[in-house]
Write a protein that binds this ligand. Structure first.
Ligand SMILES: [Zn+2]
Length: 247
């Protein structure tokens, strides 16, 4: 989302039916693409564009990677001279060698769509671009193509609506996050309770086994005792008998 450009001319530029202006609606956007070398459009197809940094005043930098090499592209929807009587203008520049030597630097400078200062001495590209069709390099074209639908102006009503929608979306997300956290907490409590129950069960089992062992030992002891006593008894009458015979 582009920051709103404060520009009364841009407001007039909008018809009553629309309350959003996109980058591609600027006359200077269309002018840059008019008469552009079609080979550049072709070559830009394999480029990957990622927005790198956002500055104030509708200035962006992009990283553009084509077949393994990455260059930086600046794009600025410049509110020219802060003049409310003119529409914002697109200014653009790329760091690649083709921009500097292949025509774009010269053409952008001559067409007043060059971002800040030229990279070259802007001499006429009589070798590489004598017909002045290389108005952009493939990287800059890929950026402009991606930025077509960027919003550069919205009416106050539209802005209020967008903010309301964004707030609502945020609230829905916040609610969802809160619910998620509550569920997580509940799950943790359940886990804790489960662990506590298992711990208690383990303690009870251990105690039960201990008592059982004690009981078994006690029984065994008693059995042993009885055995000893019986044995004693069996011996005793014999001795007594013997004693009787001996008398
Ligand atoms: Zn380039």
């Amino acid at each position: 989302m582009w920051k709103k450009v404060s520009n009364t001319e841009l407001e007039k530029f909008l018809t009553a039916a629309r309350d959003v202006a996109k980058l591609q609606e600027l006359p200077n956007f269309q002018a840059i693409l008019r008469g552009l070398n079609s080979q550049i459009v072709q070559r830009s197809r394999g480029c990957r564009v990622s927005r790198f940094r956002t500055y104030r005043d509708n200035l962006w930098t992009f990283r553009v990677n084509c077949s393994g090499t990455t260059y930086t592209v600046w794009l600025h929807a410049e509110d020219t001279d802060r003049n409310p009587k003119t529409l914002p203008e697109i200014k653009i520049k790329c760091t690649c060698p083709h921009w500097k030597w292949g025509g774009p630097d010269y053409n952008a400078n001559a067409g007043r769509y060059l971002y800040e200062k030229p990279f070259s001495n802007v001499s006429f590209p009589d070798q590489r671009d004598p017909t002045l069709q290389n108005k952009l390099c493939k990287h800059a074209f890929a950026v402009l193509d991606k930025a077509r639908d960027f919003i550069i102006f919205e009416s106050q009503e539209q802005e209020r609506k967008r903010v309301r929608d964004e707030d609502r979306t945020q609230k829905v997300e916040d609610d969802r996050e809160q619910r998620r956290q509550k569920q997580e907490l509940r799950r943790q409590e359940q886990d804790q309770r489960k662990q506590e129950v298992q711990k208690q069960k383990h303690l009870r089992d251990t105690e039960r086994r201990r008592k059982q062992d004690l009981h078994n030992k006690d029984l065994q002891d008693k059995r042993d005792q009885r055995k000893r006593e019986q044995e004693e008894k069996r011996k005793k009458p014999k001795e007594e008998q013997e004693n009787v015979f001996n008398k």
